[in-house]
Design a protein around this ligand. Structure first.
Ligand code: ADP
Length: 447
């Protein structure tokens, strides 16, 4: 970038110098030419009124003058020239300045002379006796003037090039400095310190950078949590197996220990299944097939699946609602209902109630709701329970087979199905989670 600015700046300066020099020379040349013609005119008129007032004097001495003086008679024959031999001179009747002078009294012409870079300016006046008096002078041609300006121009270009190197290196440094600073300290950079045009860019990079850092942090935390969660059941399995292996337990105890191993292995499986499901939901290429799904049927399936668990926990499981069809994904709806109802049962009280409702709200939007009369979630935890591995009561979660991932999966699915979730909970009273789906997810158009 620096080199580009530098090159362009120098090129600009050189073009400016050339254009200025050429234009200056042109102006100079025009003024010079006018002056020469003016001088010649004055000189010719003076000669006409003085020396040649009475015509040409025979045998007249050659006039010593800085100008060349020629006299041409009415036939065009040169009768006098103070610098050249008139015998070698041809007829001058057709010379432009002579012709004009004969017609109009005075005439002028400029012709290239033999000397390079020079031209001759002629001025002719018609004398009273019809003869033409012509004075001439060599003057620089435009090319000559330009050539004479060339060395100065070269020197100027050289000086400008040196100056432009110094100026542009200073300028580019000061232009690029904030950008370089920005690249080095993007995190703690105050956006007002950079160019206004770059501020949105800086803010965006900062935001993205923070997001990347956050994601990395979450990932790291998740990996640590996963390792920890896997370690507990594995350690138990390994311990029980070792005891059996060394014959340190006998009879009924073996059965009990085998049961423990089985339970912990199941725990591991559930955990791994949940982790896999979460990473599937997290992956960018996740493809979801939307099809018409009757939420009431899903709810009935869910209640059927969890009825036994509810009875085991001495909780009554109810289902309410009417048939309501939306375009959505069957498996995901089943997962949502299962996770929420399962939580409603596990975090309930003796003889409590869990009610799964599906229906259409006042705005015509289809929803599903799981309400329980369980232990409730304290206000300060309500924001965080959707985080991975976040549990209010760790031991209760684990003793009831929880992985701490159920609600994280629920949250992901709700986002994917373009739903909205609300949570109402009071400690010791119960919890109500409602998921509302957006405008029946376009069922009308797709039916
Ligand atoms: P877990 O597998 O531990 O149940 P979840 O992600 O499903 O994990 O839930 C996170 C935490 O939120 C639970 O550990 C529990 O403390 C709390 N929680 C979830 N649902 C309910 C509920 N219906 N009533 C009370 N607490 C709940």
């Amino acid at each position: 970038m620096k080199r580009q600015i530098h090159g362009k700046f120098t090129l600009l300066m050189i073009i400016a110098i050339i254009v200025t020099t050429v234009l200056g020379t042109l102006v100079n040349y025009t003024v010079l030419r006018k002056e020469v013609i003016g001088d010649l005119q004055n000189y010719a008129r003076t000669l006409k009124d003085t020396v040649y007032r009475n015509g040409l004097q025979e045998g007249e001495d050659k006039l010593v003058s800085e100008y060349r003086i020629t006299l041409v008679d009415t036939s065009g024959k040169v009768v006098y020239d103070n610098q050249a031999d008139i015998r070698n001179m041809g007829n001058h009747a057709n010379r432009q300045e002579v012709k004009t002078a004969r017609k109009e009294g005075e005439g002028q012409a400029v012709r290239r002379s033999e000397t390079i870079g020079k031209s001759t300016v002629y001025y002719a006046v018609c004398l009273d006796d019809g003869m033409i008096l012509r004075v001439a002078k060599d003057s620089s041609s435009i090319f000559g003037v330009l050539m004479s300006a060339l060395p100065i121009m070269m020197v100027m270009i050289l000086i400008v090039m040196i100056c432009s190197i110094l100026i542009t290196s200073y300028l580019t440094k000061s232009i690029v400095a904030p950008i370089e600073k920005m690249a080095q300290h993007i995190d703690d950079l105050d956006p007002t310190e950079v160019y206004r045009e770059l501020r949105p860019f800086v803010n965006k990079i900062k935001r993205q950078h923070q997001e990347i850092l956050q994601t990395a942090e979450i990932r790291q935390e998740f990996t640590a949590n996963v390792s920890h969660e896997l370690k507990t059941p594995l350690t138990a399995i390994s311990g029980y197996a070792e005891l059996i292996h060394h014959g340190m337990v006998q009879g009924e105890e073996v059965k009990h220990f085998a049961g423990e191993i089985h339970q912990n292995a199941n725990r591991l499986l559930t955990l791994i299944n949940d982790i896999i499901r979460l990473s599937e939901l997290d992956s960018k290429g996740l493809e979801i097939t939307f099809e018409p799904v009757d939420l009431q049927k899903s709810a009935m399936r869910c209640v059927g699946l969890l009825q036994v668990s509810a009875e085991k926990h001495h909780v009554r499981l109810e289902m309410q609602g009417t048939p309501c069809v939306i375009r959505t994904n069957t498996q995901m709806i089943d997962e949502l209902m299962y996770n929420l109802v399962d939580n409603g049962i596990r975090y309930n009280k003796e003889n409590g109630l869990v009610c799964l409702t599906v229906g259409t709200d006042e705005q015509g939007k289809v929803y599903m709701e799981v309400e329980d009369t369980g232990i409730g979630i304290p206000q300060e935890h309500q924001e965080r329970i959707f985080e991975r591995f976040y549990r209010v009561d760790k031991s209760r979660s684990k003793s009831t087979g929880g992985t701490g991932l159920g609600l994280a999966i629920v949250k992901h699915i709700v986002v994917q199905l373009r739903g909205q979730m609300t949570l109402h909970s009071a400690e010791g009273v119960g919890t109500k989670i409602r998921i509302t789906f957006a405008d029946s997810n376009g069922l009308e158009e797709h039916r």
